[in-house]
Design a protein around this ligand. Structure first.
Ligand SMILES: [Zn+2]
Length: 352
């Protein structure tokens, strides 16, 4: 008797790509605060959304269909909904916020501010942000011939320690900005105000299909964004034990010349990281350059990974797996993990 999740949350491309950067970046360039700050923002966003996913998964109501993280086109825009919940009576949009610390919300100025060390920073009004998603979704639904479905929005604060002060004690704000702990009560409250069945089972099926079909995850070019190019990246396959680069290719395995560790599949992560950082396809030539191996080895390796491909001989292109097929464990060199932890770069929230 729990909600049915039709689209489970995976790490988004940007978060996976930052982890790939940390694995592939030469140590000389580790100092960049902007990369670590951007990574921490992505990671906090993901952790916050997972918190809310968990709370929602324990909601004792079965007639809900949940889409965790969906990005849809409404030309010329795309709009991203952190969590979309479909029911017979209404649609919920959850705008998940991973704010940490103490904030003031001014419902008259429609502004959220935070004061740290005597310095105030203003952020986008999260209620207006959620309302904007609602407008986009309404237009998207109309394009699919679906009219007059009630849509309710909730701004869900992911972490219990966050304080949002509603400075005018506006009763509407208490209903719109909530902590994830009270998510169940607010879903109950909203469902009680929408008791009429609006969507038929057939429409729900059609809608579900369209949502999954039109979902287009954002794929930022992280290297361009941070002015990085191949010269900043490790050539060849780094050793997972000591991070030495690169390992030597022996018959069917890799050997680290420094710590003598061997690995059979050390190339797989390297190729997956290539997709995250360089695009959706790889050729034999690109693979040779990437792994520092000959054409026959590149051919054997690419074919062993069960990637879909098009074309033959030197024109053959191998395609990236889909987002949910990437490993979700964020293996990072120990030294890098320490570096990220010690970095005091603050998270910059402005773009969320
Ligand atoms: Zn090694």
């Amino acid at each position: 008797m729990v909600p049915l999740s039709l689209k489970n949350r995976f790490k988004n491309y940007d978060l996976l790509a930052y982890e790939a950067v940390f694995r592939q970046l030469l140590e000389d360039y580790w100092k960049s605060d902007s990369i670590i700050s951007a990574y921490k923002k992505e990671k906090a966003g993901y952790d916050g959304e997972k918190n809310v996913d968990y709370k929602l998964s324990t909601y004792p109501q079965k007639d809900l269909i949940v889409f965790q993280g969906i990005r849809l086109p409404n030309p010329p825009f795309y709009f991203q909904i952190d969590t979309l919940i479909l029911t017979r009576n209404l649609i919920y949009i959850l705008e998940v916020k991973n704010y940490q610390g103490k904030f003031q919300y001014d419902s008259k100025l429609q502004q959220l501010t935070q004061e740290v060390d005597g310095k105030a920073t203003a952020y986008k009004d999260p209620i207006l942000q959620a309302e904007a998603q609602k407008t986009h979704l309404q237009q998207w639904l109309e394009k699919h011939g679906i009219y007059n479905v009630p849509i309710e929005t909730l701004v869900v604060i992911a972490f219990p320690s966050t304080i949002i002060e509603n400075i005018h004690q506006d009763p509407e704000v208490y209903k719109k900005i909530i902590h994830s702990e009270s998510l169940h009560q607010h879903l109950n409250r909203l469902s009680e105000t929408h008791t009429k069945n609006i969507l038929t089972a057939a429409t729900i099926r059609k809608l579900t299909k369209a949502l999954l079909h039109e979902d287009q995850p954002l794929h930022t070019n992280i290297l361009d964004f941070h002015n990085l190019s191949d010269q900043h990246l490790i050539k060849g396959v780094p050793c997972e034990k000591c991070n030495h680069s690169s390992m030597l290719r022996l018959y069917k395995k890799w050997l680290c010349p420094k710590c003598k560790a061997t690995a059979v599949k050390a190339h797989e992560r390297k190729i997956l990281d290539y997709f995250l950082l360089h695009g959706d396809t790889i050729s034999n030539k690109q693979c040779r350059e990437l792994l520092q191996v000959g054409p026959r080895t590149a051919y054997t390796i690419l074919n062993s990974m069960n990637l879909s491909h098009k074309g033959s001989n030197s024109a053959r292109k191998y395609y990236s797996p889909s987002l949910n097929e990437f490993p979700q464990n964020s293996y990072l060199p120990t030294k890098m993990q320490r570096h990220i932890k010690l970095s005091n770069s603050r998270i910059k929230w402005h773009h969320t």
